[in-house]
Design a protein around this ligand. Sequence first.
Ligand code: DGJ
Length: 751
Amino acid sequence: MAIYYDHNAGTITLTTRNTSYQMKADEIATLLHTYYGEKTDLSDMSYAVHMMNRGLSGNPYEKGQTDRAYSLDQLPQEMSCFGTGDYRASALKITNEDGTWAVRLKYAGHKVTKGKYSLPGLPASYCENESAETLTVTMKDEESGVTIDLLYGVFPDLDIITRAARIENNGPGAKYVNKAGSMNLDFVTGDFDLITFYGKWARERIPERTPVNHGKVSVGSVRGASSPHYNPSAILCGRNTTEDAGEAYGFAYVYSGDFLFEAEKDQINQTRVICSIHPDDFSWKLEPGEAFCTPEILMTYSNAGFSRISNNFHDFIRKHIVRGKWRDVRRPILINNWEGTYFNFNGDKLVAIAEDAAKLGIELFVMDDGWFGKRDDDNSGLGDWFPNEAKLGCTLKELGDRINGTGLKFGIWFEPETVSEDSDLYRAHPDWAMTIPGRKPDRSRNELILNMAREDVQDYIFDRMADVLRSAPISYVKWDYNRSICDKYIATLPADRQGEITHRFILGTYRVLEKLLTEFPDLLIEGCSSGGGRFDAGMLYYTPQIWCSDDTDPIERLYIQHGTSFIYPVNTMGAHVSASPNHQTRRTTSLATRAVTAMSGTFGYELDLNKLDDTEKEEVKREVRVFKELYETLEQGDYYRLTTPDSDTCTVWEQVSKDKKKAVVNAVYHYVRANHAPVYVRLKGLNDDMQYRARLVEGHGEQYLSRFFKHENTLFEEGRTFSGRTLATRGIFIPAPLSEYQAWQIVLEEI
Ligand code: DGJ
């Protein structure tokens, strides 16, 4: 049992293996949040809620004229409301039919059920058995008739608690939900920093730590997608929290549209964290009897720094967000032709690359942009999802068969949610593009947005994609999305529902994805949005991997994948070895360095293999072999950031298999220097009592090491073993770089 109700105290306590979370309805039915943190007993924690008569913080009427200490403006709550006496950031803002904004929720009951709730039309974590439990707390505002079910999913073994809310209008007239929060989390004590993940195209998810001082810290997106600019995830932590020590709370929004994370420190130094659909771009009309479901948010707590936050999320996302066949099996090592050929290809050229790929152990060939309609550059053709047989020199089925004939599976690129003005689809249905009548739209990459909020558009996209998938042996789809939404308008909705567009848009996208997976359950879909522009737990519910960034430079990727790793597991991060010099940075790096970085991702290639010489092809063969050998540890193991790319000369990270019998230490130097000072790290996650033997993965120039290093009495000495405890306390030296951007992989195996 993970959810306890204490009748006498009125507390509801949620417990996981290492954490406790508590709420309590007080004497006037305000649902107080009384605790979230390290596991404790079931004591009523409300004694620590501090109430004092404060000027300018009002008192609810039912408290009479004597109790001036009770104020919603200072109480920690499970769901704060705008307009009824709490002046801090609020999780819920509703406009009533008379134009007033007042809603005040009161506890009206709760129930506990076995298993995990689901959310209609929205991605949400799931549990295949009854080890998860759901708490539903019903809250009501008698005056307006608004009823809310607060949903909590408790995954005891994984230290994850999820939240969502279902808002129902049981009042007489229409209402507008102007702010729909999934989470309101109040801390009565603590000085915190907020870590968020900012970025841009080709530089996504860079961690930034900001003190939460008086006032608000917030990040969000109004681009219609979660965006590369701010990721819909955050970590709230103590001022001194590090990778391994200190308190931290992790949040990951299971949503791919507009979002807002806010952290506010109030007048008495309490901190409130809210996650909602971005209210600037949202208003949802509820007719009497209608309901609205917020997206889900995942929460986790660690008293041992960020590593634990990351590993909690990694384990959870791998098994309770990602679904279907590709959750549990190794996904194919792919070769994508985008950086190899761009638009300049035909069927023969692709088959020639696939033939080489097959000889090197690669398993899937992905034909990227340019195979359909009139599409030889990015100015035309989007929406015309009919193979360009003249360009391919054959039908799609014939091409798929030829690729399969080389031994590779066949995959294909789509950008379903956009349309080119120069396309048959746009000419036939100009009204399907999102534009505001009388206003010229904002073009982006010469694309317009298709109005995915419309069901007829969703059905068209599904039918076209399904037809293509039925017509050829296609086992993988790259689902791309290359712009932000602008010019929001839907002719089929009245003026007072135009604020629903971006949410309806993303629901439309989810609907098409769900339909595709229903008809093609074994299809592997890789998400993409100009790289990692829509990298979130919502998309991961449909697309088990997401192209992490259009920046394939391995040194740039150290930063991007490092930031991504705080929340998302390695096996969700699309990462490829591309050509050198790199197309985004012109930087030259070795194949080995590129491979070490890409192996801490889904691992694939994105270059013209026909241009590699024999030595390079042998090198690729070696990398593919190494990846297959280390797969379980690299992709399914626990993940540790041993240094940070920003402040160190060498980025070092480590994965440890779940049974702790194997670990891989990966290191990439940022520069080379004569007479390099040693780089030293302490290993993490090993079993103190196991004995490990270390070896360098071959192929990185290790044959030259003996020239510079003594070998006796070192980590790599023949036959030498070390306990996990020694490696964690005394640590190890990373061999010095032999050339610029030198990479090393050290494997430790229990003997
Ligand atoms: C953007 C993606 O991120 C690239 O990988 C590639 O698929 C292009 N779009 C194709 O237009």
